[in-house]
Write a protein that binds this ligand. Structure first.
Ligand code: APR
Length: 264
């Protein structure tokens, strides 16, 4: 962590740099939702699922082997997440998106998160890894609305955390969460948007991500190869050694300060 004055100087440098640019691209990860009370992926799981690693449950193989176990885990996660609300970092990004529009800057927000906290805060985000509140058939891919409406935002009136497996009304196969699991391809349109925005931006911010999971982690390098300046917000070090400005503090602290500077 940086001393307060050192951090403030770095935030001011970042704000001055961002103000001089027209195309902004932001990638968020689990760290941005940590201050809302949602554990990150590399955090050890707690409670009922403490003996499992997320990586061993979020996979097509795991679902093929034991669909009930994987479905139960997601239903448990939905239970953990359903009452969580955006924190100052999500709200600052939503404010920034509006500010950028009024200034004629292009602003693309890409997230690896499957929660809907960016949307709850009022942002529009491209989801690379799917949506916790959407389901689809594991075979025919038909969307299935149960705990959520098909837009991916949770419909609180129909929350249902039952661990019973559901069969697809079209083909009778099991319904699964509409989430990109390890080893699966990213949604084509979302990835195309992300690659476009990263390769064309002037400044790329990597926020609250360990930058370990590809292809998302490659977006920062893609941006830099195309001339963008890189800013990282993360209290912990990451493998991104090529960052121009590192703001080594929590996103909920850094982003509201950064937006204040940008609005001044
Ligand atoms: N502010 C900013 N960053 C934070 C904060 C915070 N308050 N708290 C934790 N972090 C950082 C951690 O230091 C870590 O680097 O957030 C990062 C979280 O890393 P991961 O748990 O690996 O999450 P993420 O990078 O989003 O994972 C990528 O992996 O499991 C898959 O598909 C899943 O989308 C996920 C992907």
């Amino acid at each position: 962590m940086l001393a307060a004055s050192e951090l403030m100087t770095s935030i001011q440098r970042a704000a001055a740099l961002i103000s001089s640019k027209t195309r902004i691209c932001i990638l968020t990860g689990a760290g941005i939702s940590a201050e809302s009370g949602i554990p990150t992926f590399r955090d050890k799981q707690t409670g009922l699922w403490a003996q499992y690693r997320a990586e061993d449950l979020a996979s097509p193989d795991a679902f093929a082997r034991d669909p009930k176990m994987v479905w139960s885990w997601y239903q448990w996660r939905r239970q953990q997440v359903h009452d969580k609300t955006p924190n100052p970092a999500h709200r600052a990004l939503a404010e920034w998106q509006q500010l950028a529009e009024t200034r004629g800057q292009s602003f693309t927000l890409i997230t690896q998160n499957v929660d809907d906290l960016h949307e709850q805060a009022g942002s529009q985000a491209t989801h690379l890894h799917g949506h916790l509140w959407r389901n689809r058939c594991s075979q025919c891919a038909t969307p299935y609305a149960m705990t959520a409406n098909v837009e991916g935002k949770k419909d609180k009136s129909s929350l249902n955390f039952s661990e019973d497996l559901i069969h697809c009304p079209q083909c009778d196969s099991y319904i699964r969460p509409d989430i990109v699991w390890f080893g699966e391809a990213l949604p084509v349109e979302a990835w195309a948007q992300a690659e476009n925005a990263a390769s064309q931006c002037d400044v790329f911010l990597s926020i609250g991500t360990s930058s370990l999971v590809y292809p998302a982690a490659g977006l920062a390098q893609l941006a830099q190869q195309n001339g963008a300046t890189l800013i990282e917000i993360n209290p912990n070090p990451t493998p991104n050694t090529f960052v121009d400005i590192t703001l080594a503090e929590k996103a909920g602290l850094v982003l509201p300060t950064l937006i204040n500077q940008l609005s001044a």
